[in-house]
Design a protein around this ligand. Structure first.
Ligand SMILES: O=C(O)CCC(=O)C(=O)O
Ligand SMILES: [Fe+2]
Length: 334
């Protein structure tokens, strides 16, 4: 692995409890924004997702991925990334960073496919990207568990957006006006056990380096490890973001970077072999994670927030339509 100048402790651990109970909102909000400005990631404790709820969701994820391939394919992800729902088998999706030409995408995919499988869902009423479930009677309870978890994460998202607004000196509900019609995506990820050598020699990837597209991402990971975050001061140098029991990893996506005129970072990250060699017989153990991608309403035009730009510090980004940006990036991954 690359030698980073950051270490695990470079991503601050913040107790969100005093924000939620109103005891010390401004201090928590300030710490979160500082950390988003420095590294784009935080570990949140007391975030509002009860431990038993995340444990249950991981159990459902394991049950889903343990189904035979022909069963999982009964909820098939469509061939295009524009309808990002249902099951994708290993190699079907390749996450890329601002690569849009089909030949260039094909080349990256051939070099190192992402060896992961995933299941994506949104809210049930999303008419633009309808959910794709297993047929009735197959894995009963799975759909309800996913939808419950989707809404639980949405509540946590709104609280984090409130804190970020306060930390940026805006009114508490500033970002809420752009998050009224959730186009969010709950993703179950399973990285099967693979030869460690393949990961080390980069012939295979777990997830290639990328920034997230939306406002913020909430991420739960199991205890295997392997998530790495780019050192914001040294391009190409990565440090581990190891699992911390009970913590929710929260990172800023491209929209927050653009809203804040590049003061908040949408940091590049990837998943590789876990830092401690955990191979057994040359195989890296399987890994499960659950990201929840929070997106701005598709009608939003994401533009630099007043106060983040001036004659001396011009806007770095043109205003963009949230829907167009998300679609452009998703199309490049399938
Ligand atoms: O599996 C992980 O820990 C990270 C996944 C991720 O970065 C993504 O799906 O965007
Ligand atoms: Fe990501």
């Amino acid at each position: 692995m690359d030698e980073g100048t950051l270490n695990a402790s470079a991503i601050p651990i913040i107790d969100f409890g005093p924000f939620l109970d109103g005891f010390n909102k401004h201090e928590v909000a300030g710490k979160m924004v500082s950390s988003f400005k420095e590294i784009g990631f935080v570990y949140l404790m007391n975030h509002g997702i009860p431990t038993e709820k995340s444990a249950e969701m991981f159990e459902w994820s394991k049950r889903f991925f343990a189904q035979p391939m022909e069963v999982k394919k009964l909820a098939p992800h469509p061939p295009s990334g524009a309808h990002h729902r249902g099951y994708s088998s290993p190699g079907q999706e390749k996450v890329v960073q601002h690569v849009y030409h089909p030949d260039a995408i094909a080349e990256q995919r051939a070099q190192a496919p992402d060896v992961k499988e995933s299941f994506e869902c949104g809210r049930e009423e999303d008419e633009l990207q309808p959910n794709i479930w297993l047929p009735e009677g197959v894995l009963p309870g799975f759909k309800e568990a996913c939808l419950d978890f989707f809404w639980l994460c949405h509540g946590v998202e709104l609280n984090i957006l409130r804190a970020l607004a306060i930390g940026l000196g805006l009114s508490e509900d500033y970002f809420l006006q752009y998050h009224t019609d959730p186009r969010n995506q709950l993703r179950l990820l399973h990285y099967p056990s693979v030869p460690t050598e393949g990961l080390e020699t980069e012939k295979i990837a777990r997830i290639g380096q990328h920034s997230d597209f939306g406002s913020i991402t909430l991420l739960l990971q199991d205890d295997v490890g392997g998530l790495e975050v780019e050192d914001p001061n040294v391009a190409g140098s990565f440090c581990p973001a190891p699992p911390i029991p009970g913590a929710l990893v929260v990172n800023a996506g491209d929209f927050l970077m653009r809203w804040s005129n590049d003061t908040i970072r949408s940091t590049i990250h990837r998943v590789r072999a876990p830092p401690q060699n955990r191979s057994v017989d040359g195989m890296t153990p399987e890994r499960y994670s659950i990201p929840y991608f929070c997106c701005a309403d598709f009608t939003t035009v994401v533009d630099c927030i007043p106060g983040t730009w001036s004659a001396e510090r011009p806007k770095k980004y043109e205003p963009i339509s949230a829907q167009e940006y998300i679609m452009k990036r998703m199309l490049a991954t399938y």
